[in-house]
Design a protein around this ligand. Structure first.
Ligand SMILES: *Cc1c(COP(=O)(O)O)cnc(C)c1O
Length: 355
């Protein structure tokens, strides 16, 4: 559990203990960065939609923030736009580089293309053709290197140094965090009534750090709840240890959040602003993909359904009713061939729930 939920009441808190003064200044600087983040030339303000069927099943009002409807079908376009916009002219001329097999690659490729900036994406040798196409079709140069993501990453960082490209990290960067934080800004504008909690999927912590920074600044009573797969719970482990631990194994079923260690900038925000992290099983994630389908007729990728899975788990644990709970539908990039497996496991998630 984080410090945020353990803090004493305002009146008996020594002013210099929590949060530290340095954090308050940092917090404010993130809110300013979010307010200024130039993302809307490419990103859209996504709808916040009610999920009537899931709401009825859970006895609470569930709203879904439809980031799966972004161009590139994930929120990653926001952080990429914010980071690329912050480059000076010399850096723009030299271009950007990253390593990614997934949604960050497509977000950066599109953000760079729209701003006329060259982009190189290093991807592991075994990257599926569909993802290579997704990046190439947005004008980026793909360099295939390494048998694992870690090898691609090391190679990309090396290339950035020798060729002078700017390396754009997927989450551990203040501008990327600010870009993702625009989701929080939209949420508070779109829903102005009582709000109990916002559920956010967590990989390296860019999305949750940005949302938490904005929402806690304006509405500190709203709970910010991270959701991670049981087998890739790097933020939960870091909050428990009060330091960034490295997971020895990472379950990659929800590939969008398969990260071994939460980012440094991300952890600094999360340890002060995130109330708790809930973990869910693969079967619970697949059930949530089905829940979302039944309310929206849209299919999310496993990471994209994490928040909805977390809402089910939270309501089951708390037994709360009549509350407004928001979940971030973070992305929809799933290989068509994997849908059968998800459908089959959704049945098991249902058994687990009833069992
Ligand atoms: C990147 C991603 C996440 C996790 O975001 P972080 O900023 O790394 O925590 C969740 N869902 C989807 C679909 C993603 O692409």
């Amino acid at each position: 559990m984080s410090l945020a939920s353990a803090q004493p009441a305002v009146e008996d808190r020594a002013a210099d203990l929590y949060p530290p003064a340095a954090f308050r200044a940092l917090h404010r600087s993130y809110v300013e960065r979010i307010l200024r983040a130039p993302v809307y030339d490419i990103a859209i303000e996504t709808p916040l939609q009610s999920a009537p069927r899931l709401s009825a099943a859970l006895g609470n009002r569930v709203l879904l923030k439809r980031e799966d409807l972004q161009p590139v079908h994930s929120f990653k376009i926001r952080g990429a736009c914010a980071r690329v916009s912050a480059l000076d002219e010399q850096a723009r001329n030299r271009g950007v580089i990253t390593a990614s097999a997934g949604n960050h690659a497509q977000g950066l490729a599109l953000a760079a293309q729209q701003r006329g900036i060259g982009a190189i994406i290093v991807m592991p040798l075994n990257t599926p053709e569909i993802k290579l196409q997704g990046v190439r079709s947005r004008g980026a140069e793909v360099v295939l290197y390494g048998s694992s993501f870690a090898e691609s990453l090391a190679y990309a960082i090396g290339l950035a140094e020798t060729r002078g490209h700017t390396f754009v990290p997927p989450y551990d960067d203040p501008d990327v965090i600010a870009g993702q934080g625009t989701v929080g800004l939209e949420l508070l504008r779109q829903h102005q009534g009582p709000l109990a909690a916002i559920f956010v999927p967590v990989g390296g912590g860019g999305l949750i750090a940005g949302i938490a920074a904005y929402v806690k600044y304006l509405r500190p009573e709203v709970r910010i709840i991270g959701v991670e797969p049981v087998g890739s719970n790097c933020l939960q482990a870091a909050l428990a240890a009060d330091e960034r631990v490295i997971l020895s194994q990472v379950d990659s079923f929800a590939d969008g959040v398969a990260v071994a260690q939460v980012g440094a900038h991300n952890f600094e925000l999360c340890r002060h602003l995130v109330d708790e992290v809930i973990t869910v099983t693969t079967d619970q994630i697949c059930l949530a993909v089905r829940d979302i389908y039944e309310d929206t007729r849209s299919i999310t990728e496993p990471a994209g359904a994490l928040a909805a899975a977390g809402i089910r788990a939270y309501v089951g644990r708390e037994g709360c009713t009549g509350q407004v709970l928001i979940g971030i539908n973070s992305g929809a990039n799933i290989d068509f061939a994997n849908l059968g497996l998800v459908a089959e496991r959704a049945g098991r998630g249902d058994q687990e729930r009833k069992g």
